[in-house]
Design a protein around this ligand. Structure first.
Ligand code: AMP
Length: 218
């Protein structure tokens, strides 16, 4: 099954995608993660996108569509794909449906994670990850058992925050979301592919609601 998780920054898309990977053996395609990896490895692409990402603006359609195309051609599709943070524009949505049909795949459902904008600043500014295994944490909602040690892999002093997880970038990211990405909600609704879950619920509850949606379309 191929699904899109859609919602503003901080809606919980990455968290839920990670659960789906484990539970359903799906492949997570996060353009944000791919771009951050390009930055970490210091590629030309990474250098090109660094400033745009730190400001919270959108990278060009051409770049992200290219990244997704590569992954769709290379990926193990047995469990299906979770598109996380892609598509973010109508041009990306059109490109995705073309790319999927080229590899004889289709989009099964689009799950919108609804949240209240007021909670986003807190969710975003409080989050951090383990630099060693990538496990996600939050200063309020998901603290590690020991303050400087990862619960999952045991690495010490590796916690890090994203450069764009600050209030100024978040405002720009939210504006980009409302201007460029939110039209996709109407677009997929009109295609009969949109489902909604309440992203304000607990992580486990949101996960259960997503599983229910997926069971309903399979
Ligand atoms: P994310 O991890 O999804 O929050 O993405 C982090 C940043 O990467 C965004 O603020 C954009 O600068 C860039 N980015 C990620 N995915 C896309 C996309 N599909 N289209 C344009 N820019 C993107």
């Amino acid at each position: 099954m191929n699904i899109i998780l859609i919602g503003p920054p901080g809606a919980g898309k990455g968290t839920q995608a990670a659960t789906l990977v484990k539970k359903h053996n799906m492949v997570q395609l996060s353009t944000g993660d791919m771009l951050r990896a390009a930055r970490t490895s210091g590629t030309e692409l990474g250098k090109t996108v660094a400033g745009v990402m730190d400001r919270g603006e959108l990278v060009t359609d051409e770049i992200v569509i290219g990244l997704i195309e590569e992954q769709l051609k290379a990926g193990d599709v047995s469990g299906g794909f979770i598109f996380d943070g892609f598509p973010r524009t109508l041009a990306q949505a059109d490109a995705l449906s073309e790319l999927l049909s080229k590899v004889d795949q289709k989009l099964d459902t689009v799950i919108q994670m609804t949240v209240d904008d007021k909670v986003l600043v807190n969710r975003i500014t409080g989050r951090f990850t383990c630099g060693s295994c990538g496990e996600g944490y939050h200063e309020e909602f998901k603290k590690p058992a020991t303050h400087d040690k990862c619960d999952k892999c045991g690495a010490a002093d590796t916690f890090k925050k994203r450069a764009d997880d600050n209030e100024v970038s978040l405002r720009t990211r939210l504006m980009a979301y409302y201007k460029e990405t939110s039209p996709l909600i109407g677009y997929y609704y009109a295609k009969g592919q949109l489902e909604q879950v309440n992203g304000l619920n607990s992580i486990d509850r949101v996960g259960l609601d997503i599983s229910k949606v997926m069971a309903g379309v399979s």
